[in-house]
Ligand binder design. Structure first.
Ligand SMILES: Nc1ncnc2c1ncn2[C@@H]1O[C@H](COP(=O)(O)OP(=O)(O)OP(=O)(O)O)[C@@H](O)[C@H]1O
Ligand SMILES: [Mg+2]
Length: 253
């Protein structure tokens, strides 16, 4: 049974920057949640708050009722994270990197083999990271994030730089994880691929602009593809912070 992840009026500020401005969210039951939105809209900050790596300025993020920053080490073992920035060791081989993460989680060589096949890198396992193409580096990071078969998987732009065929096979893999009961949270800029999510959270300036199924987005905007749907939503949305409003300005909160 996957844990329930919840945020309540989640806020996170960095000095004068408001990265998350009151996000309410409830996730569980094994689903793929896509997180979309422009650069700087708060996707990475949301994922890091959900992981417990960042403490909210106000509000909370919880896993089965426990604030994520207070999760015990044993609970963290059920979580996998692929950060947006590179977080593997250049002087190790592909296999050594994945094996290192496997050892942190107490899983064995079988799991390393499975993770390497999952990202289609079994035949490059003995290559050093510095010898790999950019896409292969991303795939190694992904293998490190899921080697322990986590119940919740956070992937921050996992498919950046991958060719379309590999992107498609990664999404098959995410769906397989979801079908096995995992909760998968994936941020992406490729609006074409969010159609493969169960629900999509669209952020703008730290706020939820919309949260719906891909079909729901198409219905409500009367468009045929998600890129057009998101553009239509942005055009019809109330003005963001700092934009002037024809109605005389947004109420401040
Ligand atoms: N550690 C930090 N210190 C200061 N400001 C930060 C920090 N992390 C994020 N921010 C700011 O918070 C806002 C949201 O950033 P975030 O990284 O969450 O956006 P994002 O949606 O992931 O963007 P991208 O699509 O570029 O990855 C931005 O204005 C960013 O500059
Ligand atoms: Mg980001």
């Amino acid at each position: 049974m996957p844990p329930t992840l919840r945020t309540t009026d989640l806020r996170r500020e960095f000095g004068s920057i408001t990265a998350l401005d009151g996000v309410d969210l409830s996730l569980g039951d094994g689903e793929i949640l896509g997180v979309a939105g422009p650069n700087g809209s708060g996707k990475t900050t949301l994922i890091r708050c959900l992981l417990g790596l960042l403490r909210p300025t106000a509000g909370e993020a919880t896993v089965d009722g426990t604030p994520t920053e207070a999760l015990a080490a044993a609970d963290r073992r059920h979580i996998g994270y692929m950060p947006q920035a590179r977080a593997i060791y250049d002087d190790l081989t592909v296999r050594e990197n994945v094996a290192f993460f496997a050892s942190l989680y107490g899983v064995g060589d079988d799991a390393v083999d499975r993770a390497l096949s999952f990202v289609d890198l079994a035949d490059r396992a003995s290559a050093r990271i510095g010898e790999l193409s950019g896409g292969m580096v991303r795939r190694t990071s992904l293998a490190c994030a899921l080697v322990h078969d986590p119940e919740i998987l956070f992937l921050d732009e996992p498919t950046v730089g991958l060719d379309p065929k590999l992107r498609a096979s990664m999404w098959d893999g995410f769906r397989q994880r979801r079908n096995d009961g995992a909760l998968v949270v994936v941020s992406t800029h490729y609006l074409g691929e969010v159609s493969r999510c169960d629900r999509v959270l669209f952020l703008r300036e730290g706020r939820v602009l919309a949260l719906d199924s891909p079909e729901g987005f198409l219905d409500r905007t009367d468009t045929r593809d998600l890129e057009m749907a998101f553009l239509a939503l942005l055009e019809n949305a109330p003005p963001a912070r700092g934009e002037s409003s024809p109605a005389g300005g947004e109420e401040s909160r």
